[in-house]
Design a protein around this ligand. Structure first.
Ligand code: ADP
Ligand code: MG
Length: 384
C-alpha cells in the first residue's frame, strides 16, 4: 500500500487530472503533474508541474524517481511513456490497456474478439477497404482511429464516395467506419478495479450530447434496472478482460432497447463528474485508491444528480462562439438550490472547450432534472 505523504504522478493536466489532484490532496498525498501546457488546470493546483512533453525522458526520469506510482487522465499518453515508467514505479492503468482504448481499431477488435456487444464496423486503412466494406454499413460515421475526442476526427458519410472523400480529408489516417445507429439514448458506466480484480461500479448514467460533445449526464439513468445492471456487467467484463487497474469509463449506445459498447476511456470520465457531489466516494478518489492499493470503496449514490457541461461558447455574447468575449453571469447559477459549480481555471474559452460544469443534486430525480435544465437555460445554453 502506498500511503501519505507519498507523491503520486499524473500524466496529463486537464480537468480530470485536476479533480484527481484534489482527491489525492484530501487523502494526504502530494501530486506531480506532467503536461506540456504551462496553464493546465491540474498543473495549477499540483505540488509540482513538470511542463514537458509526454515523451520527454528527462522529465519522465524525474517523475519515475520522485513519485511512488503514476497514473493518467489523458488517453493519448503514448503507450511507450507508460511502458518506460513501469521500469521505475507502478503504472496504473497499464500501457497494454491504454493502448486498446486509445485506438478505435484495437478497441473495436477487442470488443469483437471478446464477444462484447458493439455496432457493425469495418477497419479502414486504405480506400480499397472502403470499397470492400459491407454496403449495410451506410449511412455511416468515419472516425480516425487515434487522437479523436469530443466528436473531432469524425465525419458522417451517406455512401462510399463520401467516405472516400472523408478518408482523404483525414489524410489517409487509419479509421473505423461505423454504421450510423439510431439511438434510443446513451448511457455510461464508470467503475474502478483494483489489482486483486475487485470491481466497484458507480450507478449507470444517461448521457445527452450536443454537437458530438457531452452536454448533460442524468444519474442514475432513466432506464430499466435491468438495462442499468446489464451495462454494469458488460463494463465489469471489459475491465476484467483488459486486466484494468484504476478508474475506467465505458460508453454505450442503446438501440431498440439493446446495449452496444461505443467506446472505453482509460481514465475517469466526464459522465462521472457528479460522483464528487452525489456519491460518498468520487471516481477520482477511487482512482487514487486503485493506484495506491487502498481498498476500493463501495460507492453509494446518496442523491439524484444531473451534471451540465459548460463549454467555451458560453463566454461569447451570442452563446455560440461569436460576439463579445465576457465571463458568464455565475450569480445566476449560485442562486439555484442544490447546484454546485466547478470551473477548471482554463485560460481562454474556445467554442467546444470544456471550461467547467455544474451538478444539481436532490432527492427527487424529476425535480433535479427540471432544476438543472432550468439552470442550463438561465446561464445561456440554448438548443439549436
Ligand atoms: P468521442 O471520442 O468524441 O466521444 P464517440 O465515438 O463517443 O467519440 O462519438 C461521440 C458521439 O457521437 C456519441 O456519443 C454519439 O452521440 C455520436 N455517435 C458516434 N458514433 C455514432 C454511431 N455509430 N451512431 C450514432 N451516433 C454516433
Ligand atoms: Mg465518446
Amino acid at each position: 500500500m502506498i500511503l501519505p505523504p507519498a507523491t503520486l504522478g499524473m500524466l496529463g493536466g486537464g480537468q480530470l487530472g485536476r479533480f484527481f489532484v484534489s482527491a489525492a490532496h484530501e487523502l494526504g498525498y502530494k501530486v506531480w503533474v506532467l503536461d506540456p501546457d504551462p496553464h493546465s488546470p491540474a498543473g495549477l493546483i499540483a505540488d509540482r508541474h513538470l511542463v514537458a512533453a509526454y515523451d520527454d525522458y528527462v522529465a519522465l526520469d524525474t517523475l519515475g524517481s520522485e513519485c511512488a506510482a503514476v497514473t493518467t487522465e489523458f488517453e493519448n499518453v503514448p503507450a511507450d511513456t507508460l511502458d518506460y515508467l513501469t521500469k521505475f514505479i507502478p503504472v496504473h492503468p497499464a500501457a497494454s490497456a491504454v493502448a486498446v482504448c486509445q485506438n478505435r481499431i484495437a478497441e473495436k477488435s477487442f470488443l469483437a474478439d471478446n464477444g462484447l456487444p458493439h455496432g457493425p464496423f469495418a477497419a479502414i486503412r486504405s480506400e480499397d477497404d472502403i470499397r470492400n466494406a459491407n454496403a449495410g454499413l451506410f449511412p455511416a460515421v468515419l472516425k480516425v482511429a487515434r487522437f479523436g475526442y469530443d466528436g473531432k476526427g469524425q465525419a458522417r458519410v451517406a455512401d462510399r464516395d463520401e467516405a472516400v472523400a472523408a478518408f482523404q480529408h483525414f489524410k489517409g489516417e487509419p479509421c473505423v467506419l461505423e454504421k450510423m445507429l439510431t439511438l434510443d439514448f446513451e448511457v455510461s458506466v464508470v467503475l474502478a478495479r483494483d489489482e486483486a480484480g475487485n470491481v466497484r461500479c458507480f450507478p449507470t448514467g444517461e448521457n445527452r450530447h450536443r454537437n458530438g460533445i457531452l452536454d448533460v449526464t442524468i444519474a442514475p439513468a432513466q432506464a430499466s434496472a435491468c438495462l442499468r445492471d446489464n451495462a454494469q456487467e458488460i463494463a465489469e467484463c471489459i475491465a476484467d478482460k483488459l486486466g484494468y487497474v484504476g478508474t475506467l469509463g465505458v460508453e454505450f449506445f442503446v438501440c431498440r432497447g439493446e446495449l452496444f459498447v461505443n467506446e472505453m476511456a482509460p481514465r475517469p470520465h466526464n459522465s462521472g463528474h457528479h460522483t464528487v457531489d452525489a456519491c460518498d466516494v468520487s471516481q477520482y478518489e477511487q482512482q487514487v485508491r486503485a493506484l495506491c492499493g487502498l481498498p476500493l470503496a463501495a460507492p453509494r449514490q446518496h442523491s439524484a444528480a444531473v451534471m451540465v457541461n459548460l463549454l467555451g461558447e458560453l463566454w461569447y455574447a451570442d452563446g455560440k462562439g461569436h460576439g463579445a468575449y465576457r465571463e458568464p453571469d455565475w450569480s445566476v447559477l449560485h442562486a439555484v438550490p442544490g447546484l454546485r459549480l466547478h470551473l477548471y481555471g482554463k485560460h481562454h474559452a474556445r467554442p467546444g472547450r470544456k471550461m467547467g460544469h455544474f451538478t444539481v443534486t436532490g432527492d427527487d430525480p424529476a425535480a433535479v432534472l427540471e432544476r438543472a435544465l432550468g439552470a442550463r437555460a438561465a446561464i445561456g445554453i440554448r438548443d439549436e
